[in-house]
Write a protein that binds this ligand. Sequence first.
Ligand code: NDP
Ligand code: HSE
Length: 436
Amino acid sequence: MKPVKVGVLGLGTVGGGTVNVLKRNAAEIARRAGREIIITRASAKDLNKQRICDTQGIALTTDPFEIINDPEIEIVLELIGGAGPVKDMALKAIENGKHVVTANKSLIALHGNEIFAKASEKGVIVAFEAAVAGGIPIIKAIREGLSGNQIEWLAGIINGTGNFILTEMRDKGRDFSDVLAEAQALGYAEADPTFDVEGIDAGHKLTILASIAFGIPLQFDKVFTEGITKITRTDVEYAEQLGYRIKHLGIARKTSEGIELRVHPTLIPERRLIANVNGVMNAVLVKGDAVGPTLYYGAGAGAEPTASSVVADVIDVVRALTSDPENRVPHLAFQADALADIPVLPADMFRTAYYLRLHAEDKPGVLAEVTRILAEHQISIEAISQKVPQDNETSVPIIILTQVTLEKEMNAAIAEIEALQTVTGKVNRIRLETLG
Ligand code: NDP
Ligand code: HSE
């Protein structure tokens, strides 16, 4: 059989890693795919730039459309990133009857509904394993491995840069900006690193996970996101004294009222495996009604871990080249005409437990006032402790752990606590999940 010709758009971290893996493992890959897979063309912005891969034998161009319009190319790998011009590239490739493999979560989260509809119309595959959790085959696991289950919830560390920053700050006391610069140098961070630290990248990934877990359309605009920039060493230490770690989690949970989609710093009991996932590693916990909890772990970013997912998608596409489009695994796990219209809940309706840190005057009755407010909002206290004031603090830090409550009640209670004469400054709130 003739080799399958592949064109690569983007030769940066992921594109370079993909070229390396496809070349190095060519023989093994051909044995798996049933055909030889060769990269004949690739594009980048600056052809004089030094690359992490050997581009010998690959025709290079600065114009991605030369590849997209090349009739010889059967599979286009979109490894540029962003959701602007790249959307037109993906749609044009599909229009030209080419299969597309992408690592681009913003493209899928923002434009996936349109892209998959177009792909189905043209009978081509758009594969996106690398878009979520780098090298972990989480899309395949949920879409195929867990397809007999009703997924109840999932929770994951799904941004490598953020987890790398939190780990280095906690373990080595390093500065936020210094660790972020290292993550950028290592090729982990997004072109705009605020996407990593403000939870936008994790929000894109959560959008995709929720869609394939619950069979709902992609709805990034309904994801609640809170970043990691406000996490302090103080909270990390207090959390640890109480037996918790702080992780930046993406959580999707189906409730009787709708679906919670949220990304935020989260206290997790340190005995949970996921609380011990460090550095650039990612992990996703998925709870199915039949299987129970399952955990998937691996590198969340980086050249070859991400290439591992891209190449797996390429092999899947090659294996499916001769299958009828209607007999393929649906893009979003559920048949396109069977996606459900389940509401995504507003933040007010989230149900979670909380860690609260507040500063209050050290005099009788203050704690009673705080606990009265919580009780009036039906918020049960799990633990409460008064800490020793730090060097120049005139008030005492008070840490409260609550049981699960409605976010709306917590917002109201916090506003009332902050209005107390005896409480200074803002209440610092971090959500807490036991993930049991
Ligand atoms: P890089 O910035 O390292 O690479 C982007 C590549 O695209 C570069 O080769 C660049 O060219 C090329 N490029 C940029 N703009 C254009 C353009 N207009 N026309 C043609 N080529 C262009 O990004 P990454 O490899 O890190 O990321 C690629 C995608 O993979 C993104 O969607 C990202 O979110 C995703 N991803 C990244 C991971 C990672 O660990 N880095 C992990 C998982 C997913 P030049 O090199 O000449 O500048
Ligand atoms: N910037 C992303 C991260 C790349 O750090 O997780 C992988 O999607």
